[in-house]
Design a protein around this ligand. Sequence first.
Ligand code: UFG
Length: 338
Amino acid sequence: MAVLVTGGTGYIGSHTVVDLLNNGYDVVIVDNYVNSKPEVLNRIFKITDKKPRFYEISVQDEEKMSEVFEKENITDVIHFAGLKSVAESVAKPQLYFDNNVGSSKVLLKLMNKYGVKNLVFSSSATVYGVPDHVPLKETDKVGGCTNPYGQTKLDIEYLLKDYAKEHKDANIAILRYFNPIGAHSSGLIGEDPQGIPNNLMPYITQVAVGKRDHLNVYGNDYKTVDGTGVRDYIHVVDLARGHLCALKKLEQKPGLVIYNLGTGKGTSVLELVHAFEKANNIKINYVICERRPGDVDENYADCHKAYEEMGFKTKLDIVDACRDSWHWQKNNPNGYGD
Ligand code: UFG
């Protein structure tokens, strides 16, 4: 009885593995370290005093993945593995399609072959494209993705829907994440972007730690409270817990279900910057610059469905996330190192 976690050493994956281990699950990780480091496993051990079994494999490698299914008694899969850089996906759309959609196909094939019924999939609010209203409900229209990365998430959702139609005993939870930030309260695991961070919070923490001179705020003429983009920032520890709620939900054999995982509350770029400054007593220098192509005014979740159907509700807020992100960055100025 083990949970297979693909991409289990990544940012969201590692926090979820910690929560699984702390809740008595037997965990098997598959990761090819494309966007993570072996050190993560030591950190997971430090926090939980437990060692998940680990295979350094790409999910696209059907033969090696097959050996894992052969050897381990897998009952559930949480599928995080995938490439996730919006900018890189614009430059290399085929790579993103092959990797993200291809690995999901391999996984479904093997789940079918080995009789594994339960899957939690790491999707994204990006599938809603350019929203014409907020908050976003799971029943709102999807599509019109603004980049190839987002399109791969939507393609995989369709793949899973087709699979569920054909395999009536499959139970699949598609989780649409909004914007994960924060880190484990131990400061031992957190977000470790390669190169210049694309996302707001790691950029802020790198300015705070002195690695970057200032934050570029991408536009202050959006139709929002202060003109800067509004997003739904969810603490990664809450987000991780959402996966355990989803596993429990799958025990009820619901077929295919879709849940937004967010807080239901929008926060602007400048509100987040000021919350960070206040929580940590650090000044963040910023410069207002041009809009970033593809960005939308506002994006936040309607979270009622996740609460009503699986009892999931966030417990942490952006102040907690600002404190925890900084704790992680301060203790690990170079992330997990080389
Ligand atoms: N922003 C800045 N400066 C930066 C980085 C970001 O001003 O250096 C702004 C953006 O313009 C936006 C907000 O901060 O208004 C959030 O930007 P992020 O890049 O942190 O997050 P996005 O909402 O653009 O994208 C995130 C994930 C995607 C996912 C999407 C789902 O990175 O993978 O949420 O909605 F698809």
